[in-house]
Design a protein around this ligand. Structure first.
Ligand code: FAD
Ligand code: FES
Length: 271
C-alpha cells in the first residue's frame, strides 16, 4: 500500500470554541487551516496545551471532524493537561503538530462497514463515518456508553450512518449492557465487509475476537502513552506479529489481525 500521508508540521492553532458536551467531556474547535486541509480520518494531532514545565510533553488527540480550516476535538478531562484545556477560552493560541500517525483505510470493494464506538472511542469516528458516506459505503454504527447522556457524537452518527444500534450500561438508551452484546449479532447477520473499532481496550479485544471468528477484516485504533509523537522515543510500542511497532507513526490504527494483545506472545521478548 503506498503511503500518501501529508508531512506533519507545526501550526499555531487558535481556539474558536470550547464547550462541555457531557460530564467530564469537552469539544474544542481550533482554527488550524493547514492541518485541517491535510488530515485524514483516524490521524491525530499533538497539542502543546500551555507553556511551562508541566506541558513540555504534548498531548495526543484524535480529530473528530475537520472542516473549513477548523479541527474539532472531543476530549475527556483526565489530568493536568486536559483540565487546562477545558478552561481554555476562545482566542487562546496553542502550538500543534499534525497530521500525525496512520489513520483508518477503506479496503477495495467495501460496500458495508460496521463502525464500533465505545465511550471516548467516538472521538476518531466522526471523520471516518463522513468519509464512508462520501464513498457511498453503507455504514452500521454500534454505539456504546455508560448512560444515554454519554453517547458522544450521537447526532452526527444518526445523520450519517444508514443504521445505528445503541447500548448503554444502565439501559437509559438502546439495549441495556455492553455494546459488544450487539456487535456479535451485527457481524453474523449483517455481514459487513470491514469492522472499525475504538474504545476501551477490553471492549476492543472482544470486538476484534468477534470479527476474527466471523472472518471479517477489522481495524483498531490503539491509544498508547506518547511522548514525542513522531517515532523517536519508543514510548508507544505495540507488539505485533510483524515485530514491535510505534503507535504514533505505524498507527494508531492497526490491522487487528496484526496486534498481539498479550505481551507474553511477543516474538522478540527475551532477545
Ligand atoms: C493517538 C491518540 C489519540 C487520542 N485521542 C484522544 C481524543 O480524541 N480524546 C481524548 O480525550 N483523549 C485522547 N487521547 C488520550 C489523551 O492523549 C490523554 O487523555 C491526554 O494526553 C491526558 O493528558 P493529561 O495531561 O490530562 O493527563 P496526565 O495523566 O496528567 O498526562 C501526563 C502525561 O501522560 C500522557 N498521557 C496521559 N494519558 C495518555 C493517553 N491515554 N495517551 C497518550 N498519552 C497520555 C500525556 O501526554 C502527558 O504527557 C488520545 C491518545 C492517543 C495516544
Ligand atoms: S511517541 Fe515517541 S515513538 Fe511514539
Amino acid at each position: 500500500m503506498s503511503d500518501t500521508r501529508q508531512r506533519p508540521a507545526t501550526e499555531h492553532a487558535t481556539i474558536v470554541a470550547n464547550e462541555r458536551v457531557a460530564e467530564g467531556v469537552g469539544m474544542v474547535v481550533l482554527d488550524a487551516p493547514r492541518t485541517a486541509a491535510a488530515i485524514a480520518p483516524g490521524q491525530f494531532v499533538h497539542l502543546r496545551i500551555a507553556e511551562g514545565a508541566d506541558f513540555i510533553l504534548r498531548r495526543p488527540f484524535s480529530v473528530y471532524r475537520a472542516e473549513a480550516g477548523r479541527l474539532e476535538i472531543l476530549y475527556q478531562v483526565v489530568g493536568r493537561g486536559t483540565r487546562v484545556l477545558a478552561e481554555a477560552a476562545p482566542g487562546v493560541v496553542m502550538d500543534l503538530i499534525g497530521p500525525l500517525g496512520r489513520g483508518w483505510w477503506v479496503p477495495e470493494g467495501v460496500a458495508h462497514a460496521l463502525v464500533v464506538a465505545g465511550g471516548l472511542g467516538a472521538a476518531p469516528m466522526g471523520m471516518l463515518v463522513e468519509e464512508l458516506a462520501r464513498l457511498g459505503v453503507a455504514t452500521t454504527l454500534a454505539h456504546g456508553a455508560p448512560t444515554a447522556d454519554r453517547l458522544l457524537a450521537r447526532d452526527l452518527f444518526e445523520a450519517t450512518c444508514r443504521r445505528t444500534e445503541v447500548a448503554t450500561d444502565d439501559g437509559s438508551a438502546g439495549t441495556c449492557g455492553f455494546v459488544t452484546a450487539l456487535t456479535d449479532g451485527l457481524m453474523r447477520k449483517a455481514r459487513p465487509d470491514v469492522v472499525y473499532v475504538c474504545g476501551p481496550e477490553p471492549m476492543q479485544r472482544i470486538v476484534v475476537a468477534q470479527a476474527a471468528a466471523a472472518g471479517i477484516p477489522c481495524q483498531v485504533s490503539l491509544e498508547r502513552l506518547m511522548a514525542c509523537g513522531v517515532g523517536a522515543c519508543l514510548s508507544c510500542v505495540v507488539t505485533t506479529v510483524n515485530g514491535r511497532k510505534r503507535a504514533c507513526v505505524d498507527g494508531p490504527v492497526f490491522d487487528a489481525a496484526e496486534v498481539l494483545w498479550d505481551p507474553s506472545e511477543d516474538p522478540e521478548a527475551g532477545e
